[in-house]
Design a protein around this ligand. Structure first.
Ligand SMILES: Cc1ncc(COP(=O)(O)O)c(C=O)c1O
Length: 445
């Protein structure tokens, strides 16, 4: 195989059968489409190249900057493509939650602009989401940004219509599979592949997978978040189901340890979601003499997610856990176990308590710098979680008031600290937003 450019190596990824002894389905052949074998490491190499190509030709002449709202694989592919063409790339994103990916982007030469999310944006004169500002800046006359716009750009879907979908059909000897299973981020891959498969056989069943509500699986959206995606059309999917981060990691471990596939969490989520759904179909096929075929996508590789796994399942990385991780506390457990405190009482407690509580603000440094409770310390929630896994980070004699944007994260951390034996830790109900809305004082750095 000889190429003039690495971009020629994008696509034509293998379709590999999963050993039935692993998934246990008796009447269905399950195949993994190994998108992590694309040269930049993920399914996003295809749309990144297809979307950026027209921009890159212009940008090389005009000195513009390619820009995308991405904290992951699209940014990685675009940054590499921009570098090859002598063009700058800027990734604009809410806080980057996976440190390895952030460092890799910096290594590649990307500029990163992290914006606070709407719930963290507390300036009362500013009612817009920071991303709205960003969109406005892009359309300013004279802007030199070249926006690939992955959440709305039809070329994202087209890239899969032109390559991923046809490759699957070709590798199945000209047939569409009976089931197609994909995780939904921008919806580009699932929409494009589903279109091609349905053109071959309208009976194909398409299962879209999203992250469980208030859970986090890097690269895909929750059912609420997916509604904001321009390319998302519910009619693409026969079924949409959610997967928890625990299930995603279980699936990832099965693919890695049993199948030799170095999958990341969304490949694991797709595998786990596929097997869960296909068990019913498998039972129905039993005794009919018919066989079914299913295909799921392995979007990217495991290496970038070691800190994600360490945070949720430290035992998988050989770590003994002295403390607790808030990620291990479910919503129901958090509600049952955490002590909470309303704004009025919290104000009295922090002003007059004996001893006064240590106020820990779990938001991003950006949001903290904009406005915070006087005297509070800022420990970003991921860092706080790391601290907790090492053991109790405060004396049990120091009462603690935890504050986050809206009081959801702080509830989990309050429950985790209580489990660790801290006698007086409370979560601020409604978070810093409720504190501000009640007119309680906030200071700016
Ligand atoms: C790791 C990972 N998995 C799955 C997806 C979903 O792909 P799509 O954007 O085509 O829906 C993405 C998208 O960014 C991703 O980064």
């Amino acid at each position: 195989m000889r190429y003039d450019s690495i971009t020629e190596a994008i696509g034509n990824t293998p379709l590999v059968r999963i050993d039935p002894a692993v998934h246990g389905l008796r009447n269905i052949d399950l195949y993994a489409k190994l998108e992590m074998l694309n040269p930049f490491g993920s399914v996003k190499d295809r749309p990144a190249w297809h979307m950026a190509r027209p921009h890159l030709e212009d940008a090389t002449d005009s000195g513009g900057t390619v820009v995308e709202l991405s904290s992951g694989n699209t940014a990685k592919a675009l940054a590499l493509l921009a570098g090859m063409h002598g063009v700058r790339f800027k990734s604009v994103t809410n806080r980057m939650r996976v440190p390895e990916i952030k460092e890799l982007l910096l290594l590649i030469g990307a500029e990163i602009e992290e914006l606070p999310g709407r719930s963290e944006c507390l300036d009362p004169t500013d009612t817009d989401d920071p991303l709205t500002h960003f969109h406005r800046a892009l359309s300013d006359p004279g802007s030199t940004y070249l926006h690939t716009d992955q959440y709305f750009n039809p070329r994202n879907v087209e890239s899969h219509v032109g390559s991923t979908g046809p490759e699957i059909v070709k590798d199945l000897d000209g047939r569409a599979p009976d089931w197609f299973i994909a995780c939904v981020g921008t919806a580009g891959s699932s929409t494009g592949v589903a279109k091609v498969l349905r053109e071959h056989d309208s009976r194909v069943h398409v299962l879209g997978l999203v992250a469980h509500k208030s859970d986090f699986i890097p690269g895909i959206r929750t059912i609420d978040e997916v509604q904001q995606v321009g390319l998302f059309d519910p009619a693409t999917y026969d079924t949409i189901e959610s997967v928890t981060s625990d299930e995603a990691i279980d699936g990832m471990i099965t693919l890695i340890r049993r199948c030799g596939l170095l999958s990341g969490p969304t490949g694991g989520a797709a595998y786990q979601g596929a097997v869960r759904q296909l068990r019913f179909a498998d039972d129905e096929l039993e005794g009919t003499g018919q066989r079914g075929t299913a295909v799921f996508i392995v979007c990217d590789r495991a290496e970038s997610y070691l800190s994600y796994v360490r945070q949720r399942r430290p035992e998988l990385l050989g770590r003994t856990v002295r403390g607790r991780s808030a990620a291990a506390v479910t919503d129901a457990e958090a509600r049952a176990e955490a002590q909470v405190i309303g704004v009025d009482e919290a104000r009295r407690w922090s002003a007059e308590g004996d001893p006064r509580p240590l106020v820990v603000d779990l938001r991003s440094p950006h949001a903290y710098a904009a406005l915070h409770i006087e005297g509070s310390v800022n420990i970003v929630d991921e860092v706080f979680d790391d601290l907790l896994r090492g053991g109790l980070p405060f004396s049990k004699r120091t009462p603690v008031l935890l504050a986050c944007p809206v009081g959801e994260k702080s509830l989990r951390y309050a429950a985790a600290l209580t489990r660790m034996g801290h006698p007086d830790v409370r979560s601020l109900v409604g978070g810093i937003v409720a504190w501000r809305d009640a007119g309680a004082p906030l200071v700016r750095e």
